[in-house]
Unconditional design. Structure first.
Length: 283
């Protein structure tokens, strides 16, 4: 039996996660006591975490001679990196600490999940040196970050709307963007995720056709991903047409995130992912 080995530069990943803990604590403290020092310091911690994580990925890529996307841990690491970057960008853009209170715990949780798989002795994905397969993995993993961020923004939207309906506007109400701004951000994140996932699927289809002249449509993982693209695409279309605006669209994004989480974390990481990988596919 192969013994798990310590990943090179893993201390940087640990530092990245460690820096997210005070960031989350400060953002949550801001939710109860909205002091600008809390949110500014939290954003600083999160930015430092992003720097450590980016350095970890860069050094891992340099050491391996490839993009680090070949295992469950590496995929989760990429997810967490893009998500943290999105949270930092949103917080710098809106400078609303309460929005960070919804988003920062999600980025920290994503990094925390990575520890479960960090020491696993995973075999590399076959053919990862192929540009189409590399694009497939990178685009699919990049799509999960905006889906996750959209869930946090959806939560903020629902809280904001509930305060408006209850007509009890505590000071935190004024710390969130307007419902219109939140819904616009929500649609942008959902659209970015669906677009990235769709392009990732297209790249995967091209690679699979070159690999064995099949599109892999009998693969449950592929069908699940196609269904997720359609779910978000139809939701965005209905929002543009009018029937699925506001609270309904926010609930759709929350449900979509749960489905994405189920599809990735359980199907890919616990049930082996693509069928052809389970059967030892590869060149």
């Amino acid at each position: 039996m192969n013994m798990p080995t310590v990943l090179p530069y893993f201390w940087l990943y640990q530092c990245a996660f460690g820096l997210q803990i005070p960031a989350v604590a400060l953002f949550l403290a801001y939710a109860f006591s909205p002091r600008r020092a809390f949110s500014a310091t939290a954003t600083g911690f999160l930015s430092a975490s992003l720097g450590c994580h980016a350095l970890f990925v860069a050094l891992s890529a340099w050491g391996a001679g490839r993009l680090p996307l070949a295992s469950g841990f590496e995929a989760l690491s990429a997810w967490g990196l893009v998500l943290t970057a999105l949270v930092v960008a949103v917080e710098w853009r809106y400078k609303m600490g309460l929005l960070g209170a919804f988003l920062a715990p999600l980025s920290a949780a994503t990094l925390l999940m990575g520890f479960r798989f960090a020491q696993a002795d995973a075999a590399p994905i076959p053919g990862l040196d192929d540009a189409w397969l590399l694009a497939h993995v990178a685009l699919v993993m990049a799509s999960y970050a905006p889906f996750t961020a959209a869930a946090g923004v959806a939560g903020a939207y629902l809280v904001q709307e509930r305060q408006l309906k209850a007509k009890r506007l505590d000071p935190l109400f004024y710390e969130l963007p307007s419902l219109q701004a939140l819904e616009g951000l929500l649609a942008a994140l959902a659209g970015a995720g669906a677009g990235s996932l769709g392009l990732g699927l297209l790249a995967g289809f091209v690679w699979r056709w070159h690999y064995d002249h099949s599109l892999g449509l009998g693969d449950a993982t592929v069908l699940y991903s196609v269904a997720m693209v359609w779910l978000y695409a139809v939701g965005l279309w209905l929002r543009a047409r009018g029937p699925l605006r506001g609270r309904r669209f926010a609930w759709l994004c929350l449900a979509g995130f749960l489905l994405v989480f189920f599809g990735y974390y359980l199907v890919n990481l616990y049930f082996g992912g693509h069928e052809f990988l389970q059967s030892g596919g590869g060149r």
